[in-house]
Write a protein that binds this ligand. Structure first.
Ligand code: HSE
Length: 310
């Protein structure tokens, strides 16, 4: 029996739409991600547990885990007889890479169960393809950090899908999911098909300079460059009281603020635990719309997807 854990992730990081993403881990040691347990079985069986299992489609063939298994069976040209248990701990449509958590943990688990017929790159490729089937277009900014951990830059050239980027180790990342859902494909469909020349040039400058600032460890420069001119102008309407919340976060001491992936989770960066606690409290009291919503103070998860104890 094998149990695999895959962490939540923040896609885009403001400055890198579809090409930057970071895996996160709460500083209190709790796990924030999905788990897959796999064992041999006489017939294929899928059992779903976890706090957010109620959000998943009832038909097995609509479940991402089944889709991953089905892809793998086609690749290996055999019926892989396993019992898979999905612990669905991440809310879907939250902007925290929930589908990536299920895809990555399932593919890593099946690959391990089958004695690793796919290498890391083939696996990551498949993860992006399946993510694309769900959200409308393949994008790796959740699956890559979820799989490899840390801060990942998506490259997709020369047989290189993603690359680890140095990050700022003292940054605290506060994430708040209000308890409501936004479909990634809808959040993608409200973005323009074309951007003007000035926006393209500014975007290139911000992203290239952010990567430079990360490699040269220029802390304040990196924070200043974390501007979202691609998605935030269009997606902020999807987030309740966006402008007020952004202003409040910056007043409380957040050094950066943004929409995590396609939202509605928001993320803030700071380097001081007291400020992080203030932000945590304010969001817990003011941003959550129901009891399922949550706020976590996180660090980056450097391990990514891994085997954990049963
Ligand atoms: N980069 C993707 C988007 C992430 O923003 O649409 C989705 O979680």
């Amino acid at each position: 029996m094998i149990k695999i854990y895959s962490p939540a992730s923040i896609g885009n990081l403001n400055v890198g739409f579809d090409v930057l993403g970071a895996a996160i881990a709460p500083i209190n040691g709790k796990l924030l991600g999905d788990c897959i347990t796999i064992q041999s079985s006489k017939i294929f069986k899928l059992i779903i547990t976890g706090n957010f299992s109620f959000q998943l489609p009832e038909k097995m063939k609509h479940n991402i885990v089944w889709k991953c298994w089905n892809h793998f069976c086609k690749i290996l040209k055999k019926n892989i007889l396993v019992l898979i248990i999905l612990e669905k701990n991440m809310p879907i449509g939250s902007g925290l890479g929930s589908s990536a958590c299920s895809i990555v943990s399932t593919l890593v688990a099946i690959n391990k169960f089958c004695n690793k017929p796919l290498n890391q790159q083939e696996l990551l490729n498949l993860m992006g393809t399946i993510e694309g089937e769900i959200s409308g277009e393949p994008h790796y900014d959740n699956v890559a950090p979820c799989y490899h951990g840390g801060l990942q830059l998506v490259i997709q050239e020369n047989n290189l899908i993603s690359q680890s980027i140095p990050f700022f180790k003292n940054w605290l990342w506060i994430v708040a999911w209000p308890g409501i859902n936004i479909s990634t494909s809808e959040a993608r469909s409200i973005l323009p098909n074309q951007y003007n020349k000035k926006t393209c040039i500014t975007h290139s400058r911000l992203l290239a300079s952010f990567i430079h600032a990360s490699y040269t460890q220029q802390y304040y420069l990196a924070l200043k460059l974390m501007q979202d001119i691609i998605a935030e102008p269009y997606r902020k309407q999807l987030i309740p009281k966006f402008i007020t919340i952004k202003q409040t976060m910056l007043k409380l001491g957040a050094m950066s603020f943004g929409i995590s992936g396609s939202g509605p989770t928001i993320f803030m960066i700071c380097d001081d635990k007291k400020i992080a606690s203030k932000i945590y409290l304010w969001l817990s009291n003011n941003y959550l719309k129901n009891k399922t919503g949550f706020v976590h103070i996180c660090k980056l998860d450097t391990q990514g997807t891994r085997t954990i104890g049963l």
